[in-house]
Design a protein around this ligand. Structure first.
Ligand code: SF4
Length: 159
């Protein structure tokens, strides 16, 4: 698949086993580390890069998508009501900087996350419902010409 011709592949760090999720766990997908040599992977956790701790309060984008957050039209709010939009923006720009420095043009990101989600994210009501849209970092990467796919699509294409 197209992965072979990519020099470096950006990856949500939780997908390769880093315990950086909001709950202190990871979302390891063994097929990814089996398919792509580790020296080719550039792992990032935008929320940690944005200064948030592990574990942390979970959050969702309110009244919009990642694109809206970047344009200043929407905010990222924790389930306790704290506005952590600045952390999300800082993490997204830091991730873009890392990918540019490493020459990353393609990334595999964790679906549904308010940072890394691709195409679908939680709808902001903390009720596990989804809406169309990208996470904040995904939106910024796409805006800057980096292709981002969901881990599910990577697995589908592998078969
Ligand atoms: S921000 Fe992205 S990399 Fe970090 S835990 Fe969430 S989905 Fe994984």
């Amino acid at each position: 698949m197209e992965i072979e011709k990519e020099r470096k592949v950006g990856i949500s760090a939780c997908l390769i086993g880093e315990d950086c999720r909001y709950d202190g766990k990871n979302s390891l997908i063994k097929e990814i580390i089996e398919a792509i040599p580790s020296e080719k992977l550039v792992p990032v956790c935008p929320e940690v890069l944005g200064g948030l701790p592990v574990p942390r309060d979970y959050a969702e984008i309110q009244n919009g998508s990642g694109e809206d957050v970047i344009e200043g039209r929407a905010k990222v709010i924790t389930y306790k009501g704290a506005d952590i939009t600045e952390n999300y923006l800082k993490g997204a720009y830091r991730c873009l900087e890392i990918f540019k420095k490493e020459g990353v043009k393609f990334a595999i990101f964790k679906s549904k996350s308010p940072s890394c989600g691709v195409g679908q994210i939680y709808d902001g009501t903390f009720s596990k419902r989804l809406k169309e849209g990208n996470g904040v970092t995904t939106a910024l990467l796409i805006k800057n010409g980096i292709k981002v796919i969901r881990e599910e699509d990577f697995l589908k294409n592998k078969k």
